[in-house]
Ligand binder design. Structure first.
Ligand SMILES: C[S@@+](CC[C@H](N)C(=O)[O-])C[C@H]1O[C@@H](n2cnc3c(N)ncnc32)[C@H](O)[C@@H]1O
Length: 220
């Protein structure tokens, strides 16, 4: 046992990418094409992808909701870990992103599983009524609304289902009193982490993968 966690230096990160990645040539190419089309490269990282797939398989997820599609990288990654007949809805407010993702999802042969909704997440959630309770929710959109997303989505998540949110380390600044990047987002994330961690309906953990994923299993 060690007192401090092992920092992921460049050498370790290469090892992770070589051995514990969910990225294949298709996803690699997707990122290149997205960049050519002016879509920012802010997708989940490849080892985060494998970790999300691990969780989805562990809980046998069939009904998944994602907020923040971007180019479809995480949707495709997650859908690949779902059983046939599963459903993943992903919400994206930028038309250009939604259009690109829809095209790539079709190319990936996953359009029978993934449904892209070009909508503002809050507008969508205010009218959304899933046919079946959700097994897994992945939030990777506008940081100031994470707590509202949690409040709106908790009643739609089954007991034993998981709510996960990306960038829980706030680009590395979550513990900083004077963040140099996106101070408003950092403040929102810090507030959200605290709110989620003490939520009476969840058992919550912080996973130091990528920029941190905070995840909670719904217990009541
Ligand atoms: C970090 S990116 C998502 C990355 C994606 N999950 C992946 O890993 O491949 C965030 C995305 O959320 C979208 N977004 C931001 N605010 C939103 C909102 N209120 N409703 C829907 N989408 C939103 C942005 O346009 C952007 O495409």
């Amino acid at each position: 046992m060690s007192l401090k966690p092992t920092p992921v230096n460049d050498e370790l990160y290469e090892y992770l990418k070589m051995n514990f990645s969910s990225e294949d040539d298709f996803l690699h190419q997707l990122l290149i094409e997205a960049e050519h089309e002016g879509i920012p490269n802010i997708s989940i990282s490849q080892e985060q992808g494998l970790f999300l797939q691990f969780i989805l398989k562990t809980i046998n997820a069939e009904n998944v909701l994602e907020l923040g599609t971007l180019a479809g990288y995480s949707s495709i990654t997650m859908a690949r870990a779902l059983a046939k007949g599963s459903h993943l809805i992903t919400i994206e407010n930028e038309f250009k992103h939604a259009l690109f993702a829809t095209r790539k999802i079709k190319e990936a042969g996953l359009d029978d599983i993934i449904e892209v909704q070009n909508s503002n997440a809050l507008d969508f959630l205010n009218i959304y009524k899933p046919d079946t309770e959700l097994d897994f929710i992945f939030v990777d959109a506008d940081k100031p609304n994470y707590a509202r997303y949690l409040d709106l989505l908790t009643p739609m998540l089954k007991i034993g289902g998981i709510f996960a949110a990306d960038n829980a380390f706030a680009f590395g600044f979550v513990a900083s009193s004077a963040p140099e990047r996106n101070p408003e987002d950092v403040k929102s994330i810090t507030g959200f982490n605290k709110y989620f961690r003490s939520h009476p309906q969840y058992f919550v953990s912080m996973v130091p993968v990528g920029d941190g994923i905070i995840m909670g299993v719904k217990i009541k």
